[in-house]
Design a protein around this ligand. Structure first.
Ligand code: ADP
Ligand code: MG
Length: 698
């Protein structure tokens, strides 16, 4: 019997473990596995054999080129295609691919953001094969996941620090587990990114320079209908979207990406896609590929996929929940079991997490800061900009009791009585969902919910991994200093847990994160509320944070500074582009349209006056238009001047603040003026599709 369709296609474009076993001599395969599983360096002979097998496999699947696939500081992926061809003297070609080409590439690094790490005259950069992420074929190109570093070995990408943070977390978690008598071969982070996005008609997208140039609508008056009826969430998926989603599933399955869940989201034409979790860095590679495929495949259905955090005002924006846990040879270290109060190992890791989030809340906040995400955080649709941890009904009592030195007993999972005998009995989960918490314990993993939909989760995970590693390190030191006899371990470890929860109690909050009172309460607790990117980013370069990443060899001081500079610069650049786009649209589209409409009205008024008809409505509308046109005209000039002034500021921190305090408010005023005119301008004169049309397409 043949295999089912999905099993047949799953992973067919990936050089999988099965392909390696098939095509590599046994000793070579074993060596390669040592690299993949054990993190051992690979030698060139082995790399040559692997490259040869990969090439044959790829050629059989129609590949003509290969590329080192990497993640520069832009956050998206980059590729440069090289063909396998090697011309021979007789005029024919050989298809060749060497171990050296597999292991190392040398793209010109000068045109990628580097935050000042290199001058352009030292343009050399290297890409280095990451054997932990499998190679795959995309559009006839063999793609090799790589890390991207400078000539001097400094990270120029998102992946290098992520891998370093995974290494240090593994080391430290293994030290903790050793104290529990365990010696797992691997401890890895697991990550399941839930991806939100919008789908609109491609023709609408193409008619909006703001969507094309900035990913979000910079203008648009409130639609007649928003998301208030709540009928879109989990609603039946319309046929064209369904067809799109099916192709997405197929294409991602071919790439071995375990996508599982898809549904309509809260906002009109908003959707979500979630995979089954994978090892952290692999999950992030797969998420980046997912984002690329979503955009590309949408065009097959006359649709455009919007991945910006806030494509539309008045309805929810898009996030990317970072579900995160730790796994030791398959054992989930955040699994509380039936009696978490007696599960010391779980309590130690939980305590480490809570302390990690409290100690490094500033860096976590910075890791999700971007011009796009500023529109979500704190806007009553996403968690607030204040970092806190939600533990839920099952764990909070345990933690409270521990702090009070009482013995806690966790609630048994209750049966829910439905009163309908025909329906099966169900058990209540041990945590309810809290959708307002930025960092929520959801049964056996944490969900970091502040990440933006277009962000690369590496930034968040680098902070999280390193911060948890630090706490594991602290635990091991604590035990080493205090435990003199093995029988004391339990008591002293429990004391560590208790003290950690006591000292970091302020970060635990199970209430409604959207409530205004929480903002005041958080302030009383001394928790930071960094509302905007310019508030959040500078902590990346304070002394303790630089030292923290240096201590764990995740980022050197110059790498930290470079990352800050690149992020700060990106904020300024994005707002500059938005301001430019607004000026362009106002001058070239909105004003001319309004001139036409008001001109036509004026003609009509004049014509009617000749036969003695006075139209009060036309007159009032013309007056309003004239006033609005003048306001737009003036505000465009003002925005242009403010943007020019901000652009010429040299210090990046000062520049970001200038964009936030001067340019953004002016952009809001311009938008308000234009949106006011959209409300009264005739439909046939208005130059771009409205929110009503874009959000409720049929
Ligand atoms: P919820 O509906 O509460 O968000 P789900 O079970 O649907 O939870 O999971 C959401 C995401 O979390 C999925 O991508 C899933 O694979 C991921 N996930 C589940 N368990 C883990 C884990 N141990 N580590 C990381 N991610 C996980
Ligand atoms: Mg979720």
């Amino acid at each position: 019997m043949g295999r089912d369709r999905v099993s047949e296609l799953y992973g067919s474009l990936v050089f999988t473990d099965a392909d390696m076993q098939d095509r590599l001599p046994k000793p070579t395969y074993k060596e390669l596995r040592r690299t993949i599983d054990g993190g051992m360096p690979i030698d060139l002979d082995i790399a040559n054999e692997v490259a040869h097998a990969m090439k044959d496999w790829a050629l059989e699947r129609g590949a003509t080129h290969f590329t080192h696939w990497f993640q520069p500081l832009t956050g998206i992926t980059s590729e440069k295609h090289d063909s396998f061809i090697c011309p021979k003297d007789d005029g024919s070609v050989l298809m060749a691919f060497s171990g050296k080409e597999l292991v190392q590439g040398e793209p010109d690094a000068s045109s990628f953001p580097n935050g000042g790490l290199r001058a352009t005259f030292e343009a050399r950069g290297y890409t280095v094969w990451d054997p932990m992420s499998p190679v795959f074929i995309k559009d006839e190109v063999l793609c090799i996941p790589t890390a991207f570093i400078s000539y001097t070995g400094e990270a120029l990408d998102k992946k290098t620090p992520l891998l370093r943070s995974e290494v240090v977390l593994e080391q430290q978690a293994k030290r903790v587990l050793a104290l529990f008598g365990k010696e797992p071969a691997r401890v890895v982070t697991t990550c399941g990114p839930e991806q939100e996005y919008f789908l609109i008609k491609e023709e609408d997208f193409q008619a909006r320079p703001d969507l094309i140039l900035t990913g979000r609508t910079l203008f648009g008056c409130e639609p007649a209908k928003g998301q208030e009826l709540e009928e879109h969430y989990f609603g039946a998926i319309r046929p064209s979207v369904n067809a799109f989603m099916k192709e997405v599933d197929d294409e991602l399955w071919k790439l071995g990406i375990p996508v599982r869940t898809k549904h309509n989201e809260v906002a009109p034409c908003q959707h979500e896609l979630a995979p089954i979790f994978e090892q952290g860095s692999l999950a992030i590679d797969d998420n980046l590929l997912t984002m690329e495929k979503l955009k590309l495949l949408a065009t097959h259905y006359g649709l455009a996929c919007l991945e910006h955090e806030k494509p539309f005002e008045y309805v929810n924006g898009s996030g990317k929940h970072d579900n995160w846990s730790l796994s030791a040879d398959g054992e989930n270290l955040l699994e509380p079991g039936d009696n978490p109060e007696d599960n010391l190992q779980f309590l130690v890791f939980l305590a480490c997490l809570v302390s990690a989030v409290d100690d490094h809340a500033d860096l976590l906040r910075a890791s999700v800061a971007s011009a796009g995400n500023d529109h979500r955080l704190g806007a009553n649709e996403a968690p607030p900009a204040i970092i806190s941890v939600f533990l839920g009904d099952a764990l909070s009592p345990v933690v409270d009791a521990l702090i009070k030195k009482e013995h806690a007993s966790s609630r048994d999972r209750e049966q829910i009585d439905l009163g309908i005998p025909a329906l099966p009995d169900i058990l209540r989960d041990n945590t309810d969902r809290n959708r307002t918490s930025p960092f929520a314990f959801t049964g056996n993993k944490f969900e970091f919910r502040m990440c933006g939909s277009q962000q690369n989760l590496s930034d968040a995970n680098v902070v999280l991994n390193t911060a948890v590693a630090e706490q594991c390190d602290r635990f091991c030191d604590y035990i080493a200093k205090r435990v003199k006899r093995p029988e004391d371990f339990h008591m002293i470890a429990m004391r560590f847990v208790r003290h950690s929860f006591r000292d970091h109690q302020r970060i635990i909050f199970d209430g409604n994160g959207y409530a205004n009172e929480w903002e005041q309460e958080a302030q009383r607790r001394g928790l930071a509320n960094l509302k905007t990117t310019p508030d959040a980013l500078p902590c990346m370069v304070n002394e303790e944070n630089i030292a923290f990443f240096e201590r764990y060899k995740v980022l050197s001081a110059s790498e930290s500074r470079a990352r800050y500079a690149a992020a700060a610069e990106q904020y300024a650049k994005l707002i500059n582009i938005e301001a430019n786009t607004m000026v362009y649209m106002a001058r070239h589209m909105y004003l001319p349209a309004l001139f036409n409409y008001s001109g036509d009205l004026a003609t009509s008024i004049a014509t009617k006056a000749e036969i003695g008809v006075v139209s009060r409505a036309e007159r009032a509308t013309l007056d309003a238009l004239t006033e609005g046109i003048d306001t737009i005209y003036d505000t465009v000039g003002e925005l242009e001047a403010k943007n020019d002034a901000a652009r010429s500021v040299c210090d990046c921190r000062e520049q970001d603040e200038r964009y936030r305090d001067e340019v953004l408010p002016c952009m809001s005023r311009l938008r308000a003026a234009v949106d006011g005119m959209e409300r009264i301008c005739g439909h046939d004169w208005w130059p771009v599709p409205s929110y009503n049309k874009m959000l409720f397409w049929v």
